[in-house]
Design a protein around this ligand. Structure first.
Ligand code: KG4
Ligand code: ZN
Length: 342
């Protein structure tokens, strides 16, 4: 009989609750985004984020149970992301998860949020084809994982400074777009040519598999400063201006070129024929098309989830936990939350 898991993700500014049957059947996956609550401050305010999680989480759990058509008594385990993220936000999810596990007398499973992103592919395709190279391109992390099996992986490359998503969000912000900047940059990349301007492709030809996006961000800032008169004359931030479309498109082309070059180079080095792409930036149509094209050329099997499962969601967290439940890898109720990846 397949187990039913209830999972919680409150790592950053999205509150998400999911209910999963077995290892991949989503019974409910509800996410509330706080972007609008932080907009007036120009970025996520940690204290405000924790309070918001607290305000909505119980309501979200009730709604998820209702949508799944199940009762608390039917839950077999509780999953929760306990790192990395904003400490105050993580603590809200973790305390609720611990209370539920204690009250329901069922196991608690703490999950690494970044490690969970590739599990969105299990929800999409069924079991992962190992060995595989996972590229996670999220707002806070960009990393490459060489995975032999579940829970047996090595981080072979990561961003030495800003994550690709963070860089995209900041560049969009330079042009006055609210968080998250990815969708508007993706729109620009689909509508305008990506070769109108030439921006840096950091660390592209370095031998290791690490990334760096802060230099590109600075180059964009300089570009905006030098061209502010030309580019800052509009007052409608919802539509793409035809003067800035090619700039954003060329910028995104730099990001995509680096991600593609580094990922496929790592796959070649580690002799991997399967690649998965996950995390919020993987929702970009432009990025997906570019990866598909390269995968076809290199005869690689490529996996990526639908956009809703690319961005933060508790279903991927519960999915990873379902694999831990199977091998009875549980955590104690003194499980801690911590902000960093390692
Ligand atoms: O995985 P995620 O939701 O959060 C973290 O774990 O950090 O990723 C957030 C990132 C942001 O940089 C956001 O701009 C980007 O994903 N993003 C997108 C799209 N939706 C979100 N980028 C491109 N196209 C999208 N549709
Ligand atoms: Zn994430």
């Amino acid at each position: 009989m397949s187990a039913i898991g209830l999972g919680i993700d409150t790592t950053f500014d999205d509150t998400s609750v999911a209910i999963l049957f077995g290892k991949s059947e989503i019974l409910a996956n509800l996410t509330l985004s706080q972007f609008e609550d932080h907009e007036e401050f120009g970025g996520v305010v940690p204290e405000r984020a924790s309070r918001k999680h607290l305000e909505v989480i119980h309501h979200l759990i009730s709604k998820a149970l209702k949508e799944a058509g199940i009762d608390f008594k039917e839950i077999d385990y509780i999953a929760v992301s306990n790192y990395p993220g904003l400490l105050g936000s993580l603590l809200v999810g973790l305390m609720v998860a611990k209370s539920l596990a204690f009250a329901l007398k069922c196991p608690l499973i703490g999950v690494n949020h970044v490690e969970a992103h590739p599990y969105a592919n299990v929800l999409t395709y069924g079991e992962i084809k190992f060995p595989i190279l996972h590229l996670v391109v999220a707002g806070g992390h960009t990393l490459l994982m060489n995975a032999k099996e579940h829970f047996d992986y090595k981080i072979v490359g990561q961003s030495l400074d800003d994550a690709a998503g963070e860089c995209v969000d900041k560049v969009a912000k330079m042009y006055g777009y609210p968080m998250p900047g990815g969708p508007i940059v993706d729109k620009a990349a689909l509508e305008y040519p990506g070769d109108a301007f030439s921006f840096p492709r950091p660390l592209m030809h370095k031998k290791d598999h690490n990334f760096s996006f802060s230099g590109l961000k600075t180059a964009m800032l300089r570009f905006v400063e030098n061209n502010s008169k030309k580019f800052y004359t509009r007052n409608n931030y919802l539509n793409l201006d035809e003067r800035e479309g090619p700039v954003l498109s060329s910028f995104f082309q730099s990001v995509i070129d680096v991600l593609i070059y580094k990922t496929f180079k790592a796959a070649e080095k580690f002799e991997l024929k399967n690649i998965s792409v996950s995390g919020g930036l993987a929702a970009s149509k432009k990025l997906r098309l570019a990866f598909e094209e390269e995968a076809a050329k290199k005869n690689i099997d490529l996996f990526y989830p639908p956009p809703k499962l690319c961005t933060d969601n508790a279903a991927m967290v519960t999915c990873l936990a379902a694999h831990r439940y199977e091998v009875k890898q549980f955590d104690d109720l003194d499980l801690e939350a911590f902000p960093n990846l390692i």
